[in-house]
Design a protein around this ligand. Structure first.
Ligand code: CA
Length: 257
């Protein structure tokens, strides 16, 4: 793919002024599945400039071949593709791969994005997106995948040290004080902490914590999430750690991003 000189030099300038974005041991391979060439180019140039190894494919069929043969570290997946839908790509991929998949899709496709999250996508970015946000999400998902692959750390704390969750001992400390949680509150918190940085849908939480027959019981979640916030947030109305993604679910943010 040929890239315009001005876009390249702009990116090179951004890289000089913002520093290297990518700090992984090897340069992560990013598969961009996108049939809109302008968007594909923007992603390709930006990711390259930040030390990633991106490649673009423009159809679902090519995406599956590339995922299988090239073994990317993460996939940026458009939902509207010329042959099959991005959702079909995701379903096929999830039969054999745990690679982080970030859906990059149009604002009007709310239902498609939620379906994708329930089918195992790790996150979604709405078009038109800010490159800064996309890069932050990509980094968070790559980091999580890497820490899942190595040994899972037992004690997780927020960047400010205010909230400490010890997954192995099932203990929570807020401002250095031990906090009592009910078993259900613990299950929800532990799941969100294990998937920190990622958008977890309400349906996913209800499935994992209560069981598949409870997927409509979003009022359960509201009650428990509000209780949890009272216990773990510095100010329960400010949502410093436990963010709400309106209409979709929750995201645990511990690194202050
Ligand atoms: Ca498209």
């Amino acid at each position: 793919m040929s890239l315009s000189k001005s876009a390249e030099s702009r990116e090179a300038h951004n890289q000089r002024t913002t520093g290297k974005e990518c700090s992984f041991a090897t340069n992560p391979k990013i598969l961009i599945v996108e049939d809109d060439l302008a968007i594909a180019r923007t992603l390709l140039v930006s990711l390259k400039a930040r030390g990633y190894l991106p490649t673009v494919v423009q159809s679902a069929t090519r995406a599956l071949t590339a995922a299988n043969e090239w073994k990317p570290d993460a996939v940026l997946l458009d939902l509207g593709l010329p042959d099959l839908s991005g959702l079909e790509v995701l379903r096929s991929l999830r039969r054999w791969s745990e690679v982080p998949v970030l859906i990059v899709s149009a604002r009007h496709d709310e239902a498609g994005k939620i379906n994708a999250l329930n089918e195992g996508a790790d996150d979604y970015i709405t078009k038109p997106f800010s490159m800064g946000e996309l890069l932050a999400r990509l980094r968070a998902n790559l980091r999580r995948a890497a820490s899942n692959a190595s040994e899972e750390e037992s004690q997780i704390s927020s960047k400010d040290g205010y909230l400490v969750v010890d997954l192995a001992r099932r203990q929570v400390f807020v401002n250095a004080e031990f906090i009592h949680l009910t078993p259900r509150e613990w299950d929800i918190l532990a799941y969100l902490v294990q998937h920190r940085g990622r958008l977890v849908t309400k349906v996913e939480l209800l499935h994992k914590i209560w069981g598949t027959q409870y997927e409509k019981e979003t009022n359960y979640l509201r009650v428990y999430i509000s209780q949890l916030r009272h216990k773990i947030e510095p100010e329960s109305t400010r949502h410093t750690y436990l963010h709400t993604e309106v209409g979709v679910g929750y995201r645990m943010v511990l690194d202050g991003a």
